[in-house]
Design a protein around this ligand. Sequence first.
Ligand code: NAP
Length: 241
Amino acid sequence: MKVLLLGGTTEARRLAGMIDGEADVVTSLAGRTTEPLRPAGEVRVGGFGGVDGLVRYLRDERIDAVVDATHPFAATISGNAAVACGASGVPLLILQRPGWTAVPGDDWHRVASLPEAAGRLPRLGRRVFLTTGRQGIAHFAALDDCWFLARSVEPPAGTVPRHLEVLLDRGPFTVPAERDLITRHRVDVLVTKDSGGSDAKLVAARELGIPVLMVNRPPAPDATTVSTADAALSWLRTLGR
Ligand code: NAP
């Protein structure tokens, strides 16, 4: 069996390691990160060329199953995968970690998009810890009255806010380190996408009593969905039987 694993996440890397040896696995990365952590098995890098390119790839590479383990906010590739798999008759599984849920003590403000977050932000705080990834920073570029500490794996691309400090770093992060960062920079609001996974920054925000502007996930395609690499492996095994 040959599996195409649409990656770029910790879960995808973990699943590649679990599949490797049991089946052929090709992890596909978009190519946004200059030094990506390489998963086990084969790796290909770069876009397919839309739905048509992906349909061609599935056919030419004789792919038996696709696991879409991309980030919950990577909506275009997920939509393309659903359409291409439907057109090709290739089984598709979505592996997506659960989103976060507020608990007592949290002061969360949910919004539908990054532009909406930028519109709401000045009413919530002026010293902003921005953790929406480097592609998201440009949405906040017009907010001259706010100061931003933006954390991302790669330097921001495009226009950036006038008052900006960039922190290049890759998780996982711990609660004490997040608390220290927020306190040291006198941050009074956290902006994040509802990515799920490690919630250290959210715990730190709760403990320090600062509000969180939480960007909701875009809708996911209608397909079988699991939330763990173990469940994805079980699904693949049922196909292999
Ligand atoms: P996107 O907007 O959904 O995709 C834009 C285009 O990039 C797609 O149409 C596709 O090009 C190409 N692409 C995306 N993921 C790909 C993959 N795994 N393999 C091959 N081509 C891919 O994606 P994005 O939000 O820019 O995210 C890009 C990658 O970064 C994803 O793999 C995702 O898992 C990872 N990532 C994203 C975020 C986030 O917040 N969005 C956070 C962490 C990691 P073609 O149409 O030419 O095929």
